[in-house]
Design a protein around this ligand. Structure first.
Ligand SMILES: [Fe+2]
Ligand SMILES: [Fe+2]
Length: 442
């Protein structure tokens, strides 16, 4: 690939605060939300100001989920910020995604949740015309995918997998045909081409391969198609996770997927990415918390606390409700996991855990594991106490996993849950998810 450098920020989930984000209903909503809503505009403005100050990089790419939930006022305010960034000398290229249209757009006023005006898909083209479409060599108006020359001899294929009338996170045959024309055209022009897509093309962590919405549908086909057409790099978002992965097609062509976290929630990062002499260099930069009380906590602590709170609330939510025996069993499970220590949890499976973990509250521990997965660079690799404990529990559950695995294995791809889960908590890829230097090419 030809030399090129840019900033990548994604899943800004920008919310116009004057719509209302306070009161009891809001507090209740935020107890389960991973990222900030009332403060999102201030957080995004801060990150944009930081990027504007760097005069060495003139390109900014934002692959989707620009607004909180498609509120038209959020889009208008976000576009004002994009215009300021543009006035500071930046070229900006965005993709729209699922959270940008036809959503249940809501705000919170006087302890209540209220509905606010959303944005139809058909309006996105005009709204974001100056940030990709106007510079495009070709636009697929049906999906709002486009190709643009982002630097001399470097093109970007912006693949919109979230458009109206299609299942989100999918690429249909018409899109493949359109992409083929664009990729052939780039080749004829002698240009390098990379891609952006809202959904991860490669599952960010192995276990996301079996989670429907966590990556593109039929991702191996998409990854192979891109790699075989000379695309070595795709930049994604959606899963709010820091990860870098590679995939090699049957023809031996390799593609890297750099998936970046949500700008307004833990681990709150944006990326500085450069390609120089075929070396891909990725740096991750912290985003500061802004717009609310810090109570002496660091930005990292504030973002992490919110995310961890939401993980614990979601586990508890999954263990609530139901009917009859299921309700009873869930209630017991909920009581156990909220009170038990990690040592006690291990004992349920006849597993002894390392003494450094023994006395920890299980739910707090689970929250930290979740945080660690989304921050990238999973540190629980072979030989660490968490890996060993998890591995032993999985061994005890082997008879169940063996029954489940064939049901999860599709299209000739065998699923090994043990490997998948252990490689999700520990990064064994040979490069970092956050700060990496990778030699491109086969
Ligand atoms: Fe998102
Ligand atoms: Fe998304």
């Amino acid at each position: 690939m030809k030399d090129f450098s840019f900033y990548l920020i994604t899943d800004t989930h920008y919310f116009e605060p004057s719509l209302g984000a306070s009161g009891k209903a809001f507090e209740n909503y935020m107890s389960r939300e991973q990222y900030f809503m009332a403060e999102s505009s201030d957080i995004v403005k801060g990150a944009f100001a930081q990027m504007a100050a760097d005069k060495t990089i003139d390109t900014i790419i934002i692959p989707g989920d620009l607004s909180k939930n498609g509120e038209i006022e959020s889009h208008k305010s976000f576009i004002k910020e994009l215009n300021k960034l543009k006035a500071s000398g930046k070229k900006i290229f965005v993709l729209t995604a699922g959270h940008d249209f036809n959503e249940k757009s809501r705000a919170f006023v006087n302890d209540e949740q209220i509905e606010v005006e959303g944005t139809p898909f058909g309006e996105l083209y005009n709204l974001y015309y100056d940030f990709g479409f106007s510079q495009a060599l070709s636009v697929d108006k049906r999906t709002l995918s486009y190709v643009a020359e982002v630097a001399d001899g470097v093109r970007m294929l912006a693949i919109n997998c979230d458009s109206e009338g299609r299942k989100k996170g999918t690429i249909d045959d018409e899109m493949y045909a359109w992409m083929q024309v664009q990729l052939d055209d780039a080749k004829k022009a002698g240009s390098s081409i990379f891609a952006i897509c809202h959904y991860p093309v490669i599952p960010p962590v192995p276990v996301f391969d079996i989670i429907g919405d966590a990556k593109l549908d039929d991702w191996r086909r998409v990854a192979s198609f891109l790699a075989d057409n000379g695309v070595e790099l795709v930049l994604t978002g959606h899963m709010h996770i820091q990860s870098i992965n590679d995939y090699t097609s049957a023809n031996g062509n390799k593609i890297y997927d750099i998936c970046t976290a949500c700008a307004t929630g833990s681990p709150a990062k944006y990326r500085k990415i450069s390609i120089k002499d075929s070396v891909l260099k990725v740096e991750s930069i912290d985003i500061s918390y802004a717009g609310g009380e810090t109570n002496g906590l660091s930005s990292k602590e504030i973002f992490d606390n919110q995310f961890k709170k939401s993980i614990i609330a979601r586990i508890n939510g999954a263990l609530s409700g139901g009917k009859g025996f299921a309700k009873f069993a869930k209630k017991i499970g909920k009581n156990i996991v909220n009170k038990i220590t990690v040592g006690g949890f291990g004992r349920l499976f006849f597993v002894r855990v390392d003494k450094s973990l023994k006395k920890r509250n299980f739910m707090d521990f689970a929250g930290d594991i979740g945080l660690g997965i989304f921050a990238g660079d999973g540190k629980h690799t072979e030989g660490t106490p968490v890996y060993e404990a998890f591995s032993k529990v999985l061994r005890r559950l082997r008879f169940i996993l063996k029954k489940v695995e064939p049901k999860l294995s599709k299209n000739g791809v065998q699923i090994n849950l043990n490997e998948m889960l252990l490689n999700t908590i520990g990064n064994n890829k040979g490069y970092s998810d956050n700060n990496a230097e990778i030699k491109l090419g086969k």
